[in-house]
Design a protein around this ligand. Structure first.
Ligand code: PMP
Length: 437
């Protein structure tokens, strides 16, 4: 039983009916369809700072932040102004520009873990290219990934992936040739025995191990540092490259991402949307020695008409410069920790089976008593029913979370103390409804 009226979704519903005639499921990316939560998707009209407005004029405090990249909130003035300045000179040339150098320099001089990089237009492309590079470099075919880790939608990686696949109860995609899936070994997170067994069975065949070092696409499955160090060691011993997929954690948990947070040197790192400040950008980076296997210097081909697009580079430059300001991450992290702690304290006082897992400015709400959840199979799918109720109650109270209980939430520098106080109150009320009705 919800205590307040559902928000009006008349305009969104009308747009959704039309959209269904144009796009499969009415959307251009599956999780947007609100399939696992209440009602039709909200069609967004505008975002400003920490707030969103939908087509019906409902206003929300946004904790999805375009699935992470909007670490400065929506419509950040410096990003917007830089984009407008640059796009007045044309929007794409398919030729090099100084802006690519500028963004690369900003990244490389502030990141100890990579020496050279390539820009792409999405996280999927970055990861797909990193895998090809690892295979070309090692001259091996197999890759090893972890159950619940999502790495974009390229063929060899859509095996036991998280994100929209787990939300809809299918962990792997149709349409992947068996021969491709056979080259992907999948093991559980947080299980060194499974790793040992895979390396023994496929000795000398594994090109790369790919992991989200902060797995955030199947809940937030925080790993222990010792486990990540073990992974580093076993890769080194076997001549296998370690790829950190930092599409979520990169520039989010700190400018140097999870590699910096854990102080572990992977062989290749992939980054995504956060570099574009809301525009389509991804990248992968590594040592100069490994990166020089990429065409036109090396024999591993990878290209893109819109790679390093000037407008996207401009947004990235304006966004990353703000992240480098002294105290930026500290303030964001402290704000999120206080928010998560206050919610946990409320749930504990009431005796609710509810945990807030958090790392830096990423959080995840889980309906459980477990002190830690480190592997996908430890999540009880039945708990998603509680998330569905909570999501609806929060929308009714003006709080927007991504429409899936398997997805994490993000706090941006634009979230004010007032936003967070209102959100906490809405969460307390929503939890009372989940646990008392
Ligand atoms: N890797 C990770 C860890 C991701 O979270 C995502 C998407 N959120 C991707 C890769 C794919 O990125 P994109 O959706 O931009 O292609």
């Amino acid at each position: 039983q919800n205590n307040i009226n559902d928000i009006s979704r008349e305009k969104s519903a009308e747009l959704y009916e039309k959209a269904k005639t144009y796009f499969p499921g009415g959307v251009n990316s599956p999780v947007r369809a609100f399939k696992s939560v209440y009602g039709t998707p909200l069609f967004i009209q505008k975002g400003d700072g920490s707030h969103l407005w939908d087509a019906d004029g409902n206003e929300f405090i946004d904790y999805c932040c375009s699935w992470g990249p909007l670490i400065l909130g929506h419509n950040n003035a410096q990003v917007r102004e830089k984009v407008i300045e640059v796009l007045q000179n044309g929007m794409s040339f398919g030729a090099p520009t100084a802006l690519e150098n500028e963004l690369a320099e900003l990244i490389l001089t502030n990141n100890r873990f990579i020496e050279k990089l390539r820009f792409t237009s999405s996280g999927t492309e970055a990861v797909m290219s990193a895998i090809r590079l690892a295979r070309g470099y090692t001259k091996r075919d197999k890759i090893l990934k972890f159950e619940g880790c999502y790495h974009g939608h390229s063929d060899s990686l859509l095996v036991k992936a998280g994100s929209g696949l787990v939300t809809f109860g299918e962990t792997s995609s149709a349409g992947i040739p068996k021969a491709f899936a056979d080259e992907t070994i999948v093991v559980s997170l947080n299980d060194t025995n499974a790793l040992d067994a895979a390396f023994a069975e496929f000795k000398g065949q594994i090109a790369a191990v790919i992991i989200e070092p902060i797995p955030a696409n199947n809940g937030l499955l925080l790993q222990e540092k010792a486990y990540l160090q073990y992974l580093r060691e076993i890769c080194t011993q076997n001549g296998t490259l370690l790829i950190f997929d930092e599409v979520i954690s990169g520039f989010r948990v700190g400018f140097e991402g999870a590699a910096g947070y854990y102080n572990i040197q992977p062989d290749i790192i992939t980054y995504g949307k956060i570099i574009g400040g809301g525009l389509p950008v991804g990248m992968y980076g590594s040592s100069a020695k490994i990166m020089d296997h990429i065409s036109p210097v090396g024999t591993v081909y990878q290209a893109g008409t819109l790679s390093g697009n000037p407008v996207a580079m401009a947004a990235g430059i304006a966004q990353l410069n703000q992240l480098l300001q002294p105290g930026f991450y500290e303030a964001l992290n402290n704000k999120t920790t206080a928010f998560a702690n206050a919610i946990q304290q409320y749930a504990d006082e009431k005796g609710y089976h509810f945990k807030v897992y958090q790392i830096r400015s990423i959080f995840w709400f889980a309906f459980t008593d477990a002190e830690a959840i480190r592997a996908a199979e430890e999540i009880n799918p039945a708990s998603m029913v509680d998330f569905k109720v909570m999501h609806r109650e929060l929308l009714n109270r003006g709080i927007y979370l991504g429409p899936s209980g398997y997805e994490v939430g993000f706090i941006s520098s634009a979230h004010t103390d007032d936003d967070l106080a209102k959100t906490k109150q809405a969460i307390f009320e929503s939890l009372d409804i989940v646990f008392n009705s």
